[in-house]
Design a protein around this ligand. Structure first.
Ligand SMILES: Nc1ncnc2c1ncn2[C@@H]1O[C@H](COP(=O)(O)OP(=O)(O)OP(=O)(O)O)[C@@H](O)[C@H]1O
Length: 280
């Protein structure tokens, strides 16, 4: 616990080994307080997604997961994810935590209208039906700043833009009001301007709702805009962690220095768009 915020997630000695015996995540430990925003950064293949999957109990079949992942979400009690049964994990997903992925189409059924897809978690978790459900769908789409929510609700995923699809995926992830939102490269597939809009949206929603955020990205420039603290992963192990300011301004590990160097060389396009709402 930091200050007056309670610990929401405690990961200790997390280890994920592939069926072939390769260590994909090695001895990763961190805690996340309620309402805190943590970035997980590292190059492709460094184990970021596997760490997130282990936290939600969704590692692919055959992976050996050890260590401890404890959620202590309000109203749900304390839950150890590692080794938990599917029933326990199902009750955790959506309410304790929910994930937004890089490719919004992974969260969306191409054959179902957007409104029905957003309605599903609202119906299941909040027991809404009929007009109350329709109104909740419209409100959920408005909350992610989608213009003309009634039209979007009637559309199929391929009839809206990539940025709009990601907003729909965010609305679905938020439907059960999770204590922790995991965003796994949520803007990587989007072009720069849309990326900035979606980041600003996520930033606003997380703050308004007091949700914790685990933001995964290969891009330190993006992470530094939304997270308070970062963990740097390399080959499945955490090589450095600290406040965004410390890691960006005084990186200790050579790998982090390399990340900071390439982030500095990045196109300043994001800077121009994002300066207005940069996290304090
Ligand atoms: N189903 C799987 N079976 C075996 N190995 C896997 C599987 N999925 C991922 N891996 C391996 O696990 C390691 C970590 O992958 P992970 O997806 O967590 O990396 P990442 O940091 O999220 O990178 P990216 O941004 O490319 O997704 C990689 O070496 C990858 O090849």
């Amino acid at each position: 616990m930091t200050g007056d915020r309670a610990t929401l997630l405690a990961v200790a000695g997390l280890h994920v080994r592939s069926p072939e015996g390769r260590d994909l995540v090695s001895d990763v430990s961190f805690t996340l307080d309620a309402g805190e925003r943590l970035g997980l950064i590292g190059e492709s293949g460094s184990g970021k997604s596997m760490t997130a999957l282990a936290i939600t109990g969704l590692t692919p079949p055959g992976m050996a997961v050890s260590g401890s992942v404890v959620f202590d979400a309000p109203g749900l009690g304390r839950t150890e994810v590692v080794g938990a049964g599917e029933r326990r994990l199902t009750s955790l997903r959506g309410r304790a935590t929910s994930t937004v992925f890089q490719e919004p189409l992974t969260a969306l059924d191409p054959l179902m209208r957007v409104g029905r897809q957003v309605a599903e978690p609202l119906r299941r978790r909040r027991g809404l039906r009929g007009r109350a459900l329709d109104a909740a769908v419209t409100a959920a789409l408005e909350e992610v700043r989608l213009p003309d929510p009634e039209r979007i609700a009637r559309a199929y995923p391929h009839e809206i833009s990539g940025g709009q699809r990601q907003r729909v995926a965010i609305a679905m992830a938020l439907a059960c009001d999770p204590a922790l939102l995991i965003a796994d490269e949520p803007t990587t597939a989007l072009d720069v301007t849309v990326q900035a809009d979606v980041l600003a949206l996520l930033d606003g929603l997380v703050r308004e709702r007091g949700m914790a955020l685990l933001f995964i990205s290969h891009d330190l420039a993006v992470v530094s805009r939304i997270a308070e603290r970062v963990i740097v992963l390399k080959n499945g192990a955490a090589v450095e962690s600290g406040s965004v300011d410390d890691v960006v301004n005084a990186p200790r590990h050579p790998y982090t220095r390399q990340l900071v160097g390439s982030a500095r060389r990045l196109d300043s396009a994001l800077d121009d768009v994002l300066d207005d709402w940069r996290a304090p």
